[in-house]
Design a protein around this ligand. Structure first.
Ligand code: KIV
Ligand code: ZN
Length: 374
C-alpha cells in the first residue's frame, strides 16, 4: 500500500493554522525523509506564497511524488502545473447536496466539467488524481459515472473522499469493493475524515477491501475532527494487517513532534502510537508484565515507531516498578528501601505531583539520612 500525505493541504486547513513557506518546506522535507509516496504540498492557486511552498517542495523532494490540489478549472490547474508538481489533484463534488447548494450545477454539468478539467490537466503533461468530493454521500450510480468519466478523460488515479466522515468500516468495505468491480483498474485512494472518530478504522477497512493508497495527515490534523492519522494508519497496516509499508516507521515520532510544534498544537498524551503515554506503564501488574516481556502490554515495540517506553511511578505502582527505577538510578533495591519508597511514592502521587527522578532521589535520601550522589 502507499501513503498520500496531505498534512500541508488538508492538515493546514485546520482552523487558525497558517504555516510560513519555510515551515511548509521543513515539513515537506521531513515527510520526504519519512518516505511517504506522495506529498500534497498545498493548493497552489490559494496565494503566491502557497505556490512558492509547493514549488520548493516539488523541487527538493527526492523520494515523494509532489501534488497540488486544484478545483476543476483551468486557472487552478495552471497554478498547480506552474508550481512544477508531478501530480495535479483535481476535485469536484458529486453529492446532490454539494452540487445543488454549493456548485449550483446539474449532474450533467458536473460530468462535463470533470471530462474537460481532467483532459486539460493531462494536456499539461502531469499525472492526474481525480477526487469526487463528498463521494460517500453521493448517489452510488452517479459516483461510478463520475469516476468513469474522469478515468476515460485520462485520470491516472482516483480518490474516494469521506468528506464529512460519515462512513463505518463495513460501509467502506462495501463501497470500495463496489467501485473496484465497476471501474477500470486504476489506483484508488481513500481520504477519511474523523467526524465520528472512525477515520483510521475506515481507512484500514478500505485498504483491506482493495484500495491501494491511504490519504492521511500527521497527527490526524485537519478540518473539524481531522483526518486519518498517518502514524496510526501506518502502524495498523504494518502491525495488524502485516502489510509492507515503504515508510521509515522509526521516524514517525520525530515527524509527529515536528508537525505539532510548527502547527502550535500540543498532542494529547494518550495519542495512539506517538503520544507520550502510548508506551507508558504505571500499574504494578502491567509493569511486572512489561519488564518480563514487553508484548504482555504493548502491541508493538516503541522503537519501531520512534517512541520509547516509560515506566511511571504513581498511585498504581508496585514493588517491581520501584525496584526497576532504583536499578535505573544505579541503586541497590533492598526490600526495606523498596517498601519505604513505595509508601512515599503513593503518598506523593496522592497529592497529584509527578514522581520523577528528583522526587525519587529525595525519598532515598530521606531513607538513608545522607545525600545520594548519582
Ligand atoms: O475532504 C475532502 O473531500 C477533500 C477533497 C478535496 C479531497 O479534502
Ligand atoms: Zn479532506
Amino acid at each position: 500500500m502507499k501513503f498520500f500525505d496531505t498534512t500541508l493541504r488538508d492538515g493546514e486547513q485546520m482552523p487558525g493554522i497558517s504555516l510560513t513557506v519555510d515551515e511548509k518546506v521543513q515539513i515537506g522535507m521531513a515527510l520526504d525523509e519519512l518516505k511517504v509516496d506522495y506529498i500534497e504540498a498545498g493548493f497552489a492557486a490559494v496565494s503566491p506564497d502557497e505556490a512558492e511552498a509547493v514549488r520548493r517542495i516539488a523541487r527538493d523532494a527526492a523520494y515523494a511524488e509532489v501534488a497540488s490540489l486544484a478545483r476543476a478549472n483551468k486557472a487552478d490547474i495552471d497554478a498547480a502545473v506552474d508550481a512544477d508538481v508531478d501530480m495535479v489533484h483535481v476535485f469536484i463534488a458529486t453529492s446532490d447536496i454539494h452540487m445543488k447548494y454549493k456548485l449550483r450545477m446539474t449532474r450533467d454539468e458536473v460530468l462535463r466539467r470533470i471530462a474537460e478539467s481532467v483532459e486539460y490537466a493531462k494536456s499539461r503533461g502531469v499525472r492526474v488524481l481525480f477526487s469526487a468530493e463528498d463521494a460517500t454521500r453521493s448517489d452510488l450510480g452517479f459516483l461510478v459515472e463520475a469516476f468513469k468519466t474522469a478515468i476515460e478523460a485520462g485520470a491516472d488515479e482516483i480518490n474516494v473522499p469521506d468528506t464529512v466522515g460519515v462512513m463505518t468500516p463495513s460501509r467502506m468495505r462495501y463501497l470500495v469493493e463496489h467501485l473496484k468491480a465497476k471501474l477500470p483498474p486504476v489506483p484508488m485512494h481513500v481520504h477519511c475524515h474523523d467526524d465520528f472518530g472512525m477515520a483510521v478504522a475506515n481507512t484500514i477497512a478500505a485498504i483491506e477491501a482493495g484500495a491501494e493508497v491511504a490519504q492521511v495527515t500527521v497527527n490526524g490534523f485537519g478540518e473539524r475532527g481531522g483526518n486519518a492519522a498517518l502514524e496510526e494508519v501506518a502502524a495498523a497496516a504494518r502491525f495488524l494487517l502485516g502489510r509492507e509499508v515503504g515508510l521509515r516507521l522509526e521516524r514517525l515520532y520525530e515527524t509527529s513532534r515536528l508537525v505539532a510544534r510548527l502547527f502550535g498544537i500540543q498532542l494529547q498524551p494518550n495519542k495512539a502510537v506517538v503520544g507520550d503515554n502510548a508506551f507508558s506503564h504505571e500499574s504494578g501488574i502491567h509493569v511486572h508484565g512489561v519488564l518480563n516481556n514487553p508484548f504482555t502490554y504493548e502491541p508493538m515495540m516503541p522503537e519501531a515507531v520512534g517512541n520509547r517506553r516509560r515506566i511511571v511511578l504513581g498511585k498504581h505502582s508496585g514493588r517491581h516498578s520501584v525496584e526497576w527505577a532504583l536499578k535505573q538510578m544505579g541503586l541497590e533495591p533492598s526490600p526495606e528501601l523498596v517498601d519505604y519508597i513505595l509508601r512515599r511514592v503513593k503518598d506523593y502521587a496522592a497529592s497529584k505531583r509527578p514522581v520523577d527522578e528528583k522526587a525519587l532521589k529525595a525519598f532515598v535520601e530521606e531513607f538513608r539520612g545522607v545525600p545520594v550522589f548519582l
